[in-house]
Design a protein around this ligand. Sequence first.
Ligand SMILES: Cc1cc2nc3c(=O)[nH]c(=O)nc-3n(C[C@H](O)[C@H](O)[C@H](O)COP(=O)(O)O)c2cc1C
Length: 188
Amino acid sequence: MATILVCYGTSEGQTAKVADRLGQTLAERGHETRVTDIKSAPADLDDFDAVLVGASIHVGKQQSAVSEFVMEHRDALAGRPTGFFQVSLSSATDDPERRAEAADYVDAFVERTDWHPDRIGLFGGALRYSKYGFLKRLMMKRIAKEATGDTDTSRDYEYTDWAEVEAFANDFAAFVEGRLGTVPADAE
Ligand SMILES: Cc1cc2nc3c(=O)[nH]c(=O)nc-3n(C[C@H](O)[C@H](O)[C@H](O)COP(=O)(O)O)c2cc1C
């Protein structure tokens, strides 16, 4: 069994939901898991065998608190199995250009932080019209028209493929188990 930290930045809550599902899947596999907003993440990573870091995209960038955390803990992250997951609208469609855009956001993040995670997960996010103020709602309606076509602002839309999220968690867990030579608690 490994002790795994899942920390994330979020603006409207979708990345927090993804982090919770990752944590739940890792826990079901028998690992001790702590899921936390990056703002409350532990200052010291010594207690964790492996770390997942997540962020969402707003105007082409991940939350700065996530980049700062990663840069501050770069050495500790480099010394253990790690993964990065990113939530965005660009990953919500099958359009290859938009999917390439999502990958470009990750490349820019890796270049900016000089952190090279072992695993990367790209997930579709959500449109939370109910949470946006007037201007943001207008802006997102315009962006959505091109991206997903979902412009009914009287409701929210969720594009996250939860099976993909669980598959990513299981793949990461298998990688961690292999690296640390551990077996899931329920397999012992
Ligand atoms: C103001 C705003 C700007 C956004 N900009 C982008 C963007 O540039 N590219 C993109 O792919 N998604 C963009 N999105 C979509 C978000 O990544 C998506 O809504 C995601 O689910 C947000 O996750 P969070 O709730 O964890 O913050 C934007 C969303 C908002 C509200």
